[in-house]
Design a protein around this ligand. Sequence first.
Ligand code: ZN
Length: 337
Amino acid sequence: MSWLNRAKKGVKTQAPAKPADAEGLWTKCPICSDIIYRVELEKNLWVCGRCDHHFSISARQCVDLLVDPGTFEETWKSITSLDPLEFKDAKEKYSLKLKKTMLRTNLSEAVLTGHARLQGREIVLCVFDFAFLGGSMGSAVGEKIARAGLEALSKRVPLVIQSRSGGARMHESILSLMQMAKTSAVLAKMHEARVPFVSVLSNPTTGGVSASFAMLGDVIIAEPRAQIGFAGPRVIRETINQELPEGFQTAEFVQECGFVDIIVSRKDLRSVLHRVLTFLCPMQNEAVITSGSTVEQEVPESAPAAPPRSEHGSAPQHPPMAEGRLVPREIGLHGSG
Ligand SMILES: [Zn+2]
């Protein structure tokens, strides 16, 4: 009998086990093809040390990187999407897809909301998770963002939203699109009351999210080379029938067009956010950053955030929110772009 032939037909054999050290210890960078040791990558906050590519990370990882340890308290965890249209795609029902995604990601929706402290300052924070149906905005996501805005408004603390989304959730059709108006309306109220909102755009921020709240920040920060736009480049190319410029829809391109204020690497995001918030709404005894210098300014304890604008347009009682469009140099920031 030959050792290379099976004696019986239909006998199943086990695939040879992979050596333990080959499983998940190395990651290939999709941009420079460098093979990176995962422990090193994690230490470097999931940024490629060779080409500065920012790997996609989960919402909970983002929260851990941004806020003071142990200060994040999740809110509105129970708000989840329903399926009023009983939508079903070629593969499965939307309701089933939602349940599977919730189990896989351990999230109730594509956005994680809560309040936390950033270098001691209280903030309301919303972070998107792309692993949850492409970070898409359905009715529950819109509701959570709107409630986060209203919470920031009532407490008069800054709102920070880190977006990472493919846009509106098509499974919910018009209900998703209505969230664009709802979230924008809450932000308009915040703007009127002069409560700051900082928008952080991660890769990718597109569709209905970029066309609503993500582009309405008092300061808009983007990750290097993040894709930012509305429709995808292929759709645009086929519609206008023209070649698109190099770097189209990257954070750097969008910044040149004036839609992004600062481009900030992930490892600097926490400190830059702190500086931006210090500029927008200094806490008690905190230095107010002005063009090229810092000025110590006493802010009453009762006014942690920017004060409401007077109806008659007179000067506000306390300093915060500088008038007019903010530019990076005003807050002493130049980012990496
Ligand atoms: Zn790389």
